[in-house]
Design a protein around this ligand. Structure first.
Ligand SMILES: C[S@@+](CC[C@H](N)C(=O)[O-])C[C@H]1O[C@@H](n2cnc3c(N)ncnc32)[C@H](O)[C@@H]1O
Length: 204
């Protein structure tokens, strides 16, 4: 469970910048990774499913994992309303075990900076993917620490591209590709700050 995300869940999708970001990340994933109706897709830290549901038009099966029941409740309501078949599970990336070779594609967007030990996500994803499967991680590029107004459960101020590559390669991934996929603009007191977001992919 997560107090921060359980509380935020119901109003999560009300911020247009979150919807815009997810659309851009999904478009970048579709461009770079082969996903088809045979692909079992699992989204780590799925939240309200902006990425999971955004890839529902091409993937085979869809599984959303998150440690926030509030977020999963919203995702289940959205999927039901849209008639999209999904599986959901309360799952803590840092604590719970993921079934070996249980997915062909694993996505994780804007969740890595909330993990104390991001290497756990990469190691778990590696074991959890079938051979030839893809891990797709998107998150903030290194920022000065002013992205979040609420710092609870924030453990990293974005990531350098060198660290992202190291996390992929140390877990065993090959063919690692890292590129900017979007930027998030935040306006405070009339000043707009842009925070770049990367999409990194690696193959098992
Ligand atoms: C910033 S939101 C991003 C949600 C979604 N991936 C998206 O792109 O819209 C981060 C999500 O990660 C989840 N999360 C954070 N730490 C987690 C952990 N240790 N295990 C599972 N989920 C986690 C939160 O509950 C939240 O839903």
């Amino acid at each position: 469970m997560s107090e921060r995300f359980d509380t935020a869940a119901k109003k999560w999708d009300e911020k247009p910048r979150r919807i815009e970001l997810a659309k851009k990340v999904c478009a970048a994933i579709k461009e770079r990774v082969k996903i088809d109706r045979n692909s079992r897709l699992t989204d780590f830290g799925t939240g309200t499913g902006l990425i999971l549901l955004g890839l529902s038009d091409i993937a085979g099966s869809l599984t959303g994992l998150d440690f926030s029941k509030g977020m999963l409740d919203v995702l289940r309501e959205k999927a039901k309303a849209a008639g999209i078949d999904i599986t959901t599970r309360e799952f803590d990336i840092e604590k719970d075990d993921f079934e070996p070779e249980g997915a062909d594609i694993i996505t994780a967007s804007m969740v890595t900076h909330h993990l104390k030990h991001p290497e756990k996500l990469f190691n778990k994803a590696y074991k959890g993917l079938s051979n030839g499967g893809y891990l797709c991680v998107s998150d903030l590029c290194e920022e000065g620490g002013d992205f979040h107004d609420n710092h609870s459960e924030v453990h990293h101020h974005g990531f350098s591209m060198a660290l992202v590559r190291e996390l992929f390669e140390k877990a065993g991934f090959k063919d690692v590709v890292i590129a900017n996929a979007a930027e998030i603009k935040k306006e405070r007191g009339g000043v707009v700050t842009a925070y770049p977001v990367f999409l990194a992919t690696g193959v098992k």
